[in-house]
Design a protein around this ligand. Structure first.
Ligand SMILES: [Zn+2]
Ligand SMILES: [Zn+2]
Length: 189
C-alpha cells in the first residue's frame, strides 16, 4: 500500500436497492481515502424494536445508543452505515433524515422522506450518507448551504447542498482520514 497507510473501510448495510456505482460515489466524495462495501439486508427486527407505535416512526436516538457499541470495529470496518427504508425521529425533532455522533462508529439514514424520481432519490441518499459519515469522521455542521455538512431542515436544503464538502470541511475531513489511516487497528491475523 502506498506510504504503508491502512485503508479506512466503510460498510453500508441497506434496505434500499442502490445503483451499482453508489459505493464509488461515496468513495469519490470522501476524497478516495476510504473503501466502501455495500450489502443488501433488511432491518425489520431492528425497526420493530425501536418503533414508536404512536408516532409510527423509528426512535433514531435510541437505535443509535443501542447499536453503536455493537458495530464498533465490526468485521474490521471503521464505520458502519445503515440505510433504513422508514421514517426516523429523535427527541425534540419531528423527524430526522439521519443520525450519527461525532467520531461515532455508526451512521443511520432514513429514506422515507427522501423519495423522488430515481435519480434525485439516490442523490438525496448519497448526500445524507456523506453528511452522517462526515459526522462519524469528526465533522460538525457547516454554515455553507452548498456544503454537504450543512444541516438539512427540509428536503429543499438537501437538494440545494452537496454532495461535495466545502473547502474547509474537505480539508478537515482529509486530516481526520489521514489520522485514521495511521491508527486504524485492522487485525493482521
Ligand atoms: Zn448533521
Ligand atoms: Zn462545509
Amino acid at each position: 500500500m502506498p506510504g504503508g497507510s491502512i485503508v479506512v473501510r466503510v460498510l453500508i448495510l441497506t434496505e434500499v436497492d442502490l445503483p451499482s456505482e453508489f459505493p464509488r460515489w461515496v468513495e469519490h466524495y470522501l476524497g478516495n481515502m476510504v473503501t466502501v462495501q455495500v450489502r443488501k439486508t433488511d432491518f425489520e427486527g431492528l425497526k420493530s424494536q425501536f418503533r414508536d407505535v404512536r408516532r409510527g416512526q423509528v426512535r433514531a436516538d435510541e437505535l443509535l445508543d443501542y447499536l453503536e457499541p455493537r458495530v464498533r470495529n465490526y468485521e474490521g470496518f471503521d464505520k458502519v452505515v445503515l440505510i433504513i427504508n422508514d421514517d426516523g425521529y429523535v427527541r425534540g425533532l419531528n423527524f430526522v433524515f439521519g443520525v450519527a455522533r461525532i467520531e461515532g462508529s455508526l451512521a443511520v439514514v432514513f429514506t422515507k422522506r427522501l423519495v423522488g424520481d430515481a435519480n434525485i432519490y439516490y442523490q438525496r441518499i448519497l448526500k445524507e450518507v456523506l453528511h452522517e459519515l462526515g459526522h462519524a469522521f469528526g465533522l460538525e455542521h457547516c454554515s455553507n448551504p452548498r456544503c454537504v455538512m450543512y444541516f438539512s431542515n427540509t428536503l429543499e436544503d438537501t437538494d440545494n447542498k452537496g454532495p461535495g464538502f466545502c473547502t474547509v470541511c474537505s480539508e478537515k475531513l482529509s486530516r481526520k482520514l489521514r489520522f485514521l489511516q495511521g491508527t486504524s487497528r485492522t487485525k493482521a491475523v
